[in-house]
Ligand binder design. Structure first.
Ligand code: ASP
Length: 586
């Protein structure tokens, strides 16, 4: 064996033992005599004492940072007064008898484990050094623990792990595909999966009953703090199951992963309808860790003379004790509301006796002032922030301002996990008058809304609910799922509504419609982002911190240089001609 112990595992109980450890020189103190080395490996750090008088092998004075050493020696107590209580191994040290330099290291271009100052591109270019730091090591370990727990929980519940192909025909999840040219079929392309959606449904038709996969998915959308081109989902599907069955299983496995990661009981999974979430938090992924809920005060101003409040909706946020917000902070909120598309934002300070101190107070009737205080349960010293206009705009603007005002940092405060249910079937109507699916086109309409679905058209269709549900953790959308359509006639009807002609449907999804003709079982499923879950559990603000080799904000990999142009011979082989780019995406 190359080593007897991991360096960072050594403890006082190893005192008196002869050990061999390997690792990197984390730091070294060389005062010309004895050399002290902090030797680092995956388990942590231990102090090694290299006394040139006694040590065999390499010259202790030649040792430098990040050299790779193999040290054999005796574990002994550190002398009194030199114990380091910050370090788990801080009571002991290894008195080296033999030291071997397994490899030297050039001075590193980035420090190990000191983040703040280092340019991100430089850090990603030398990711292997960044990975040596304690932060990335513990993040990736926690990630492995989460994945292991998810697998175990699903295995125990009768799910079968099945791999689905990477080179596929496009699956619509609403994003742009990454495509791969097919050498054997020049002019044709595979799509890389945005999700295994259609395959997991086909697995249900194939009688696999319960499937899961730790699935790599690719979507060509602009990367941002919580999104990369490539990401990993826990993807699952269940036969003979409805929404409740899926929510129970997924809620339990996510809870188990949270418990494994935090060592504490997971929060109970709450439930809120999409409509309530939008009305009270202005978003379909509410962060329930704090209040500042949106209160609908439209009724109070139903007959108002005040022009600004003669609108589709008026909503308010009560900021407890916000009455002392300075004028420039209030001006900042007004600017923020305008930048989000609102006409403006109205603020009012609540005083004793429910009197409102605000530039607009003179335009409001007494009944309106009383009604407003009543509706918002405002107390003296509070601040009220109001936005009016189109309902969806008001929700969005105040929902964003709510987050600006009160959102705790990632990982802070007791976690709040919630299912958002009863999503609308369609999220918009496009310029051709066709509805756009809110989830994907394989989602079952809510059984109570089937009549509406048959009779409505245009924007009226937006009221049709679906059997789709999202799981939200601390205001982050972990993932989505739905009860699927499993009958060819209903699927065909939805395709038609979406403006996909029977010919197009046959060409793109004929294989699915065909499969549905041979006894497709009722089925439902879910998928959630493992990267995002781990990011929250690690308390990280950026998903890159929980991915071993992520890309930058512009989708580049500074380490390998990807993406790169193809060699002419490869282009020829693939039958491709590359036009010089004209403009971005041109
Ligand atoms: N395929 C969906 C997604 O990736 C999840 C699901 O419906 O199961 O968002």
């Amino acid at each position: 064996m190359m080593r007897s112990h991991r360096a960072g595992d050594l403890r006082p109980e190893h005192r008196g033992e002869q050990v061999t450890v390997c690792g990197w020189v984390d730091g070294h103190r060389d005062h010309g005599g004895v050399v002290f080395v902090d030797l680092r490996d995956i388990a942590g750090v231990v102090q090694v004492v290299l006394d040139p008088q006694h040590v065999q092998g390499a010259d202790p004075h030649a040792v430098r940072s990040e050299f790779v050493l193999r040290v054999t020696g005796l574990v002994r107590d550190r002398p009194d007064g030199t114990i380091n209580t910050e370090l788990p191994s801080g009571a002991i040290e290894v008195a080296a008898e033999q030291v071997e330099v397994l490899n030297a290291s050039d001075p590193t271009p980035i420090p190990i484990d000191e983040r703040a100052e280092v340019d991100e591109v430089l850090r990603l270019r030398h990711r292997y050094l960044d990975l040596r730091g304690q932060r990335m090591q513990s993040n990736l370990r926690l990630r492995a623990l989460v994945t292991r727990t998810l697998r175990k929980e699903l295995d125990e519940r009768g799910f079968i792990e099945i791999e689905t192909p990477l080179l596929i025909a496009s699956t619509p999840e609403g994003a742009r595909d990454f495509v791969v040219p097919a050498r054997l079929a020049p002019g044709s392309f595979y799509a890389l999966p945005q999700s295994p959606q259609l395959f997991k449904q086909l697995l249900m038709v194939g009688g696999m009953d319960r499937y899961y996969q730790v699935a790599r998915c690719l979507r060509d959308e602009d990367p941002r703090a919580d999104r990369q081109f490539e990401f990993t989902q826990l993807d699952a599907e269940m036969s003979f199951a409805d929404a409740e069955d899926v929510m129970e299983v997924i809620g339990a496995v996510v809870a188990a992963a949270i418990e494994a990661a935090t060592g504490e009981p997971a929060p109970a999974v709450e439930r809120i309808t999409w409509h309530d979430a939008m009305e009270r938090y202005g978003t379909d992924k509410p962060d329930l860790r704090f209040g500042l809920e949106l209160v609908d005060v439209s009724e109070v101003f139903a007959a108002t003379e005040f022009r600004a409040f003669q609108a589709d909706a008026v909503k308010a946020i009560r900021v407890p004790d916000g009455g002392d917000f300075a004028r420039n902070r209030l001006d900042g909120l007004i600017e923020r509301a305008k930048s989000l598309g609102a006409e403006g934002l109205v603020w009012m300070r609540v005083q004793e006796g429910g009197v409102l101190d605000a530039p607009v107070a003179k335009f409001l009737s007494e009944a309106e002032c009383i009604g407003l205080v009543d509706c918002t349960a405002a107390e003296p010293g509070d601040l009220l922030l109001l936005v009016s206009g189109d309902r969806s705009l008001v929700r969005r603007v105040l929902g964003t301002i709510r987050l600006d005002l009160g959102r705790p940092p990632v990982g802070e405060g007791p976690m709040r996990l919630a299912w958002v249910v009863d999503f609308p079937l369609f999220e918009a109507v496009d310029d051709d008058g066709n509805p756009v699916p809110a989830h994907h086109p394989f989602t079952t309409p809510h059984p109570d809304d089937l009549e509406l679905l048959a009779s409505a058209s245009g924007p009226a269709l937006l009221a049709v609910r679906s059997l789709a549900y999202d799981l939200v953790l601390d205001g982050w959308e972990l993932g989505s799922g739905s009860v699927r359509i499993h009958r060819a006639d209903l699927q065909q009807q939805i395709f038609e509504l979406l403006g996909i002609s029977p010919e197009q449907a046959q060409a793109r999804f004929g294989f699915l419609l065909d499969a549905f003709r041979y006894g497709a079982p009722p089925h439902a499923g879910f998928a959630f982002g493992i990267d995002r879950l781990v990011m929250i559990l690690c308390g990280e603000e950026n998903i890159r911190e929980v991915i071993a080799f992520p890309k930058t904000q512009s989708g580049a990999d500074p380490l390998t240089g990807a993406p790169t142009p193809l060699e002419a011979v490869q282009l020829t082989e693939l039958g491709l001609n590359v036009r010089p780019p004209t403009k971005k995406g041109g």
